[in-house]
Design a protein around this ligand. Sequence first.
Ligand code: UDP
Length: 238
Amino acid sequence: MQKLELLYEGKGKKLYKTEDENLLVAEFKDDLTAFNAEKRGNEEGKGALNCKISTQLFALLEEHDIKTHLVKTLDDTTQLVKKVKIIPIEVVVRNIATGSLSKRLGIADGTVLPFTLVEFYYKDDSLGDPILNDEHCLMLDLVKSESDLEELKRLGRQINVIMKKFFEERRLKLVDFKVEFGVDKEGNILLSDEISPDSCRFWDMDTNEKMDKDRFRQGLGNVKVAYEEVLKRILEKQ
Ligand code: UDP
């Protein structure tokens, strides 16, 4: 399937039209941004690593009956995906407090949360992706009904259960992650976008070393080495 004109360019990916109006090509970029793009970088080969990692994780979730937009991988950096209308809500799922949660509520970094926390953020860069409650989501018409919000929470939790176990078996703690969903032309809610060290926090179970985008954001170096290690661990037990 050939990629045709560019439809959209985001921070981590470009989306192209194809001859089939129901399918798009997603191309993973090497760019890295931190804190609403105020710090930018580029890590050669990162796009290919994220494409491989995300493909593996979407396949894992499909095996557990989570419906996704992924059709197939085309080459190192591109995937063929179903065209969906993205729900402009970032669903963040957390097992351990860190990042904006620690900052906002004063919970010590690294605290294991008493239960899995699901949060919604408004996918709007110009507003700085503010946190939303259910009523905000309904007031802004981000979803059709309250039951869609319940479905997003249920899917976020289910994805967490599957991935947390998968990464524990690979000596990585799944600290938190962000997922996005889209609606296809039949009205199904599909997991979309990507799941990668750009959108998840992984800490090594033995050393607590950060193995994700925080290496870039916090200037820890060896970003690509960490992403390669995550991919290696994903692949080694299959
Ligand atoms: N996240 C993301 N994209 C965003 C914001 C957050 O992928 O635009 C992910 C982030 O990588 C982390 C989780 O969502 O795994 C929670 O992020 P947090 O709210 O702590 O914000 P941060 O401290 O990353 O700014």
